[in-house]
Design a protein around this ligand. Structure first.
Ligand SMILES: Nc1ncnc2c1ncn2[C@@H]1O[C@H](COP(=O)(O)OP(=O)(O)OP(=O)(O)O)[C@@H](O)[C@H]1O
Ligand SMILES: [Mg+2]
Length: 247
């Protein structure tokens, strides 16, 4: 079998059963998925089909029941965790974007983004410098010293994306990141995720029900009955740097 390229994700035969005995729920039956560095894939499926479960397994938030998951060249799960420090894995190698931004209200915008790099050992000054660079890339630098509650929904979501990118993780997992946004902002977020994927060679999985953004994916995994089926999509017209290409 081929190596997963650096930073890529491979999931093979993943199974997750919640609970035991009569009340057991088989949320994932046999999931296969592969995402290359620089790629943004969609994950869609009806409510209760196992999308969040899959992201939580991949993000080492819950433990799968069986199967195999690889990040880059490292097998992280093979019928049991193969990584000793799951906290470090979550902190340094996986960025999460949720439907709600979950910003910390008593920190300003910059510190919300700088917190994770600080926890990973970067000096306060360097962490804030990196935070400001990301806020600039996401076009919210003008709100850098604001309180998070003063930001619009779209601005808050961009800050939460900056936070997910702060430790330069090879993987970003986004669960319904555009749900609270209007069409224009939702497409803006997808454009940013695509740009970040290309520029930082990040592998990104986006769970979504959002019809507005489905055409932005080149590849979509449909999840049904605990299994995934792959489909090609339109994709955004971007060059290698993630800039818009004239159509
Ligand atoms: N902690 C849990 N304990 C038991 N069952 C669970 C748990 N979490 C999820 N489930 C069940 O696993 C199945 C998949 O749930 P999951 O949250 O992954 O679905 P989803 O595709 O994210 O749905 P939605 O679109 O509504 O967010 C559902 O049947 C759900 O009830
Ligand atoms: Mg869900």
């Amino acid at each position: 079998m081929n190596d997963t390229p650096l930073g890529g994700i491979r999931i093979e035969g993943l199974r997750k059963v919640y609970g035991h005995g009569d009340t057991a729920v088989e949320a994932l039956r046999h999931v296969n998925m592969q995402v290359a560095p620089g790629e943004v894939v969609g994950l869609v499926g009806p409510s209760g089909s196992g999308k969040s479960t899959l992201l939580k397994c991949l993000g080492a938030i819950i433990e799968p029941t069986s199967g195999r998951m690889t990040l880059g060249n490292e097998v992280i799960y093979d019928n049991g965790w193969k990584v000793k420090d799951l906290r470090a894995l979550r902190r340094d190698r996986i960025g999460f974007v949720f439907q709600a931004p979950y910003l910390i209200p008593f920190l300003d915008v910059t510190d919300n983004v700088a917190l994770l790099p600080m926890l990973a050992g970067l000096s306060n000054a360097n962490a804030r410098k990196r935070a400001l660079e990301l806020l600039t890339a996401l076009d919210v630098q003008h709100r850098a010293s604001a309180e998070t509650s003063q930001l619009s929904g779209g601005e808050q979501q961009r800050v939460s994306i900056a936070r997910a990118l702060a430790n330069k993780p090879p993987v970003i997992l986004a669960d319904e990141p555009t749900a609270p946004l209007d069409s224009e902002r939702a497409l803006g977020v997808m454009r940013i995720l695509n740009q970040m994927a290309r520029r930082a060679h990040t592998a990104i999985i986006v769970v979504t029900h959002d019809e507005k953004i489905i055409p932005t994916f080149k590849r979509i995994y449909h999840i049904r009955d605990g299994q995934t089926v792959e489909e090609a999509g339109e994709g955004l017209a971007l060059d290698d740097h993630g800039n818009d290409t004239p159509s």
